[in-house]
Write a protein that binds this ligand. Structure first.
Ligand code: FRU
Length: 514
């Protein structure tokens, strides 16, 4: 077996060492994929995971993502894990600014991991975890040594790393799993929350802090005191913010076991909502953990505030360890649409960011009774948005088949079960199967009575379903055949009524201008 040390020695360490012709060939292979999304952000090739550095600075939104170029090419095998940079004026049309932060200094030599950004004066401050492994020569003594690294971006989008790391090791009561700083300002000082693993192998969230606007001298501040001391073995990508008067701690715990319909994916993302954090005691009084997405592919979220103070969240529309069918075209991963958050009655709601309405093209109005076994063909195009009010009347179940073929034998099925007050999403017949070992249906019970509001965004290879104004959300990557562009609705055990609008969504090249 080739040791990890040997593997590392044989790898190309920087993208600049790879011939541009090889990069181009990879991008051409990716561009030929039939699964390229119309209005979701995806890598030109290679592997995308977490959204990073979300911010509004210098009149533009900035968005970075974790990027591993050439991740699916064996020769050359490249060791690079950095941030890719995009900018936008409207959260819809993005300018491609290329690699943003590369793993090229001693503090991040084994990976520029996740982190965040905040405007400070005339510059954007970036903070991320530099991943290093000690002793790459020996397989037996290979430990993680995380550094928290700072950088400034100027108004020309030039990023300069600080020479010294901000924090040089983990907390003494934690292992080397200590990463993903999310920064915010509170009363003139800056705090960052990081995901960590305690020495007893449980997950938690730690705080670091700096006083004033210099941002070079940081200290370890403490641990957020939650009521979840034994909740998975590691918390990744934590985020803390206050919304509608409440404190929200958002994070991606690893190691939760499935519990009924909850925690069905390999890893989870969710939040604790409660009183605003007490900055003296670090006590956080909160209610039960709320899983953010009832679907399949959703992880490693990050939020930021728009200039008009809305809280927007992006997630990685994927999960580690799943091989998506796009790998055949040497790329994997995309980001979810931006979602606007709000807290009502101690519950986190997510709705598509209103900016996405700019994608709406031709509209079809729907005002239709659906009776038993009636199938109702709706508009035909892959990229669509549905905004529908469903009156379940006396029907037991309403079935909505998205991205269906002509005879409705292939589809992504949403079942709204009035009798049981449960919604189920099935991708058994969506198209190319993948990740079947983790189950092909997901369900969520919640009280919707007879009236259900649905907002659904469908793209070439995904669906995002927002139920009851975003109280419950199902997200799923799907890989249907190109001809699966139809939608059918049927009711069982009685009739229902649906009305609303279906839009064809514009997208494609308009979304990413290089
Ligand atoms: C989450 C994560 C982060 C880490 C990054 C590395 O998906 O594991 O904890 O910073 O990915 O790419």
């Amino acid at each position: 077996m080739v040791s990890r040390a040997e593997q590392f020695q044989n790898m190309v360490k920087h993208l600049s060492q790879v011939s541009p012709a090889i990069v181009r060939t990879e991008e051409q292979l990716t561009a030929a994929s039939p699964f390229r999304q119309q209005f979701h952000l995806e890598p030109k090739s290679g592997f995308l995971n977490d959204p990073n550095g979300l911010s509004y600075f210098n009149g533009q939104y900035h968005l970075f993502y974790q990027w591993t170029p050439l991740a699916f090419k064996d020769n050359p095998k490249i060791w690079h894990h950095g941030w890719y940079h995009l900018a936008s004026k409207d959260l819809v049309h993005w300018q491609d600014l290329g690699p943003g932060i590369e793993s090229d200094c001693q503090w991040d030599k084994h990976g520029t991991y996740s982190g965040s950004a905040i405007p400070v004066g005339e510059r954007l401050f970036l903070i991320y975890t530099g991943n290093t492994w000690t002793n790459t020569q020996s397989l037996d003594d290979w430990r993680r040594l995380p550094y928290q690294v700072g950088a400034w971006m100027d108004r020309k989008n030039v990023i300069t790393k600080l020479k010294q790391p901000l924090i040089t090791d983990s907390f003494p009561d934690c292992t080397g799993h200590f990463r993903d700083p999310k920064i915010w300002e509170h009363q003139g000082d800056y705090y960052a929350v990081l995901g960590a693993q305690r020495q007893n192998l449980t997950g938690t969230a730690k705080l670091i802090k700096t006083q004033g606007h210099d941002l070079t001298k940081w200290e370890k501040f403490g641990e957020i005191q939650t009521h979840e001391p034994h909740f998975g073995y590691m918390w990744e990508c934590p985020d803390y913010f206050e919304l509608n008067g409440q404190g929200v701690l958002l994070f991606s715990p690893q190691g939760l076991l499935p519990q009924g319909e909850k925690y069905q994916n390999i890893y989870q993302t969710g939040c604790l909502i409660g009183q605003p954090l007490d900055y003296q005691s670090l006590e956080f009084e909160h209610g039960a953990f709320q899983e953010l997405d009832a679907g399949f592919d959703f992880y490693a979220t990050q939020t930021f505030q728009t200039p008009d103070q809305r809280r927007i969240m992006y997630g990685w529309f994927g999960i580690s360890e799943i091989e998506y069918p796009t790998v055949k075209y040497h790329y994997s991963g995309c980001l979810t649409i931006p979602r606007e958050l709000s807290v009502k009655h101690d519950h986190l709601y997510q709705q598509p960011a209103r900016e996405l309405q700019a994608l709406r093209g031709q509209a079809t109005m729907i005002d239709q009774s659906v009776s038993e076994l009636t199938k109702l063909p709706l508009a035909k195009q892959a990229a669509q948005e549905f905004d529908l009010q469903v009156d379940l009347h006396d029907c037991q179940q309403l079935i909505l088949d998205l991205r269906a073929n002509a005879d409705d034998s292939q589809y992504t099925r949403l079942i709204i079960d009035q009798a049981q007050q449960v919604c189920r999403l099935s991708r058994k017949r969506s198209g190319i199967s993948f990740a079947e070992e983790y189950g092909q249906t997901r369900s969520r019970h919640f009280k919707f009575g007879k009236q259900l509001h649905l907002q659904i965004l469908v793209d070439t290879s995904s669906v995002e379903i927002f139920l009851q104004d975003g109280a419950v959300v199902f997200s799923a990557r799907i890989f249907p055949a190109a001809e699966q562009t139809r939608t059918f609705v049927a009711s069982h055990g009685g009739s229902a009524k649906i009305n609303g609008t279906v839009w064809n969504l514009k997208g494609g090249a308009a979304c990413l201008d290089s």
